[in-house]
Each structure stands twice: as C-alpha cells, then as structure tokens.
Design a protein. Structure first.
Length: 306
C-alpha cells in the first residue's frame, strides 16, 4: 500500500556522502524535516543527534519524535582491501547498523520505518544468472558483509519497525562514485572494458535512487530486501561502449583483469570484475517508475549531452 506522503521527521546518517547529500535537499523541499546523525562526542543540541565513534553510543535524547530513519553511513569500499580496511568496511556497516537499530528500538515512540543501505554485493559473482530479492546470497567478503549488514537491523525489526534493505547497484552520477572516477580516462579516449567485459553491471542513476528512498518511505508494503537498480543491467563491455558513444570517444584499450587485481587486490575481483545481473522485482511490483531505465539516455541526461 502506498500512502500520500505527509511531512515527516527523518533521522539521516551518511548525510555528507554522495547519496545523502542529494537526498537531504529533496526531502526538505518536499516538506520533511531532516535531522542529521553526526559523529562527535559533544552534548547534542535540540533537534540534533550524536554518534560517538569510539564508544559506539548514539545519543537520540534531543531528536524529538522520529517518523523514519534513513541509514546510509559506511566506509567506502573503493580502495585496496588490506585486513585493516576490510575490518573498517565490515564494522562501519555491521556494528554501525546494529548500534543504530538498538538505539531506535529503545525510543519511547518508535519510528515507523528504518531504511538501510545494502548492496548488490550480496549476490557475489553470478555470471549471467538473473537475480532478484528472492535469490540466494553469494560468497566472498562483500557477500558475507552484506548478509551480516542486513541481519544487524534485527533489533529494529523485532521491535515492530518496518525495515527496508536497499541493495544499491552502481550509482551513476558525475559528482561522485564510479562514473566520476571513469570520466577522465574516457574523455581522454584511453578507456576500455575491464577484464573480458562480460561481467554484468547493475546500475541506477542518483536521481532514481533518491526517488526509490522516497518510495520506500511512502510504501507500507515494502519491507526486507529491495534490489535498487534499473531494469536494464548491461555487461561491462556494453557500458564501456555506451559511455564512449555518449562522449564521442574511442574505447579500445581494455584493462586486463590481472592488472586490476595487482592494483586493487580482492576489491578488483569482488567489486570491479564480479558479475551481478539484478532486476528490481520489488520496485516494479510496488509501482515504482524509473526516470532513467535505459543506460544511453541515462548517461546523456547525467552528462548533459541532450
């Protein structure tokens, strides 16, 4: 059931990140009040909330009545994964989500919904197999982390809060993330497919992702995992060719898999070369309409080519 959106008081984590910084002004423009949960050790002022990064304590004493929580915070995975980095990635997601779920489940008046970021890394490397929310988890560090990450919200779920796990695909925006990192080499005409180019990339534009979050706030029947991707996943070779065509640049310089793994280790194998062909079954079932469902017009829009 989708209900008419009414003004809400929403606690937001990860407000300074790519998604959070796009989401906050949209929510506020639609009449919602956004309270940011920020890392710090001071006493929170009225209408604010602090998260002590050392103790893990979250002080929600001054936030007032919360209608919803949107949890986007987490260590960036786009770096070489040393054992210490892996620990930070896992802890920021699993421990952070558990601390937040514990904190909101103890409030005198519970928020109605907790929307948590997750990732299509849940599925691991699955070749050309079609995947959706009913598919089994994959294997590897990212898949294991995603499973623990989603399970960490159980205290909120057990208290009766509706919990939504948005499994993000590759978020496309020229302002940050994968696309922003790719643009310099593509514009110079020195880009090409990664590895054999056959890995499927499930993607979504930042604009659509922001609307998915608003849809999840409004749609009372939406709970559990939600594949947050466009309906049109493409192989890395198709993505490369399409981006080159939009930029009017050649894409004839493939990057060998062994070179990526030498540079980035396990991150290359699990995040850059892994294949996840995901369809957004739950979004389509609940009536979500994508602004950008096909890759080429999406890239043209993002890069101002039309």
């Amino acid at each position: 059931m989708t209900v008419q959106s009414s003004p809400r008081r929403i606690l937001l984590t990860g407000a300074s990140g790519l998604v959070g910084s796009a989401l906050q002004p949209v929510l506020e423009s639609r009449g919602h009040t956004v309270v940011k949960l920020v890392r710090g050790t001071g006493t929170p002022t009225t209408g604010s909330a602090n998260w002590n990064p050392k103790s893990g304590e979250i002080d929600l004493s001054q936030v007032g009545q919360l209608d919803a929580v949107v949890h986007l915070a987490g260590e960036n995975i786009a770096q070489r994964w040393s054992p210490a980095v892996k620990q930070r990635i896992r802890d920021s997601r699993v421990k952070g989500t558990r601390q937040l779920a514990d904190a909101i489940s103890k409030l005198d008046s519970l928020p109605k919904v907790l929307i948590c970021a997750s990732a299509t890394g849940f599925y691991g490397d699955r070749g050309d197999e079609w995947l959706d929310e009913s598919s089994s988890p994959g294997t590897g560090f990212l898949a294991d982390t995603c499973q623990e990450w989603e399970a960490a919200a159980n205290p909120a779920r057990a208290s009766g809060i509706r919990v939504v796990h948005l499994r993000f695909g590759i978020v496309l925006s020229p302002r940050g993330g994968a696309l922003a990192k790719m643009l310099p080499s593509f514009r110079l005409g020195i880009a090409g497919p990664l590895g054999n180019g056959r890995s499927y990339w499930s993607w979504i534009t930042l604009d659509d992702l922001v609307e998915v979050i608003h849809h999840a706030l409004d749609t009372e029947t939406l709970a559990g995992p939600v594949a947050t991707v466009s309906p049109s996943p493409v192989t890395n070779a198709e993505f490369t060719k399409t981006l080159g065509r939009v930029l009017h640049r050649p894409t004839f310089l493939p990057v060998p898999a062994f070179a990526l793994q030498m540079l980035f280790g396990d991150m290359a194998r699990e995040a850059m070369l892994a294949s996840a062909r995901v369809k957004p079954a739950r979004l389509l079932e609940t009536g979500f309409r994508f602004q950008h469902g096909a890759l080429e017009p999406a890239l043209e829009h993002l890069l101002g080519r039309k």
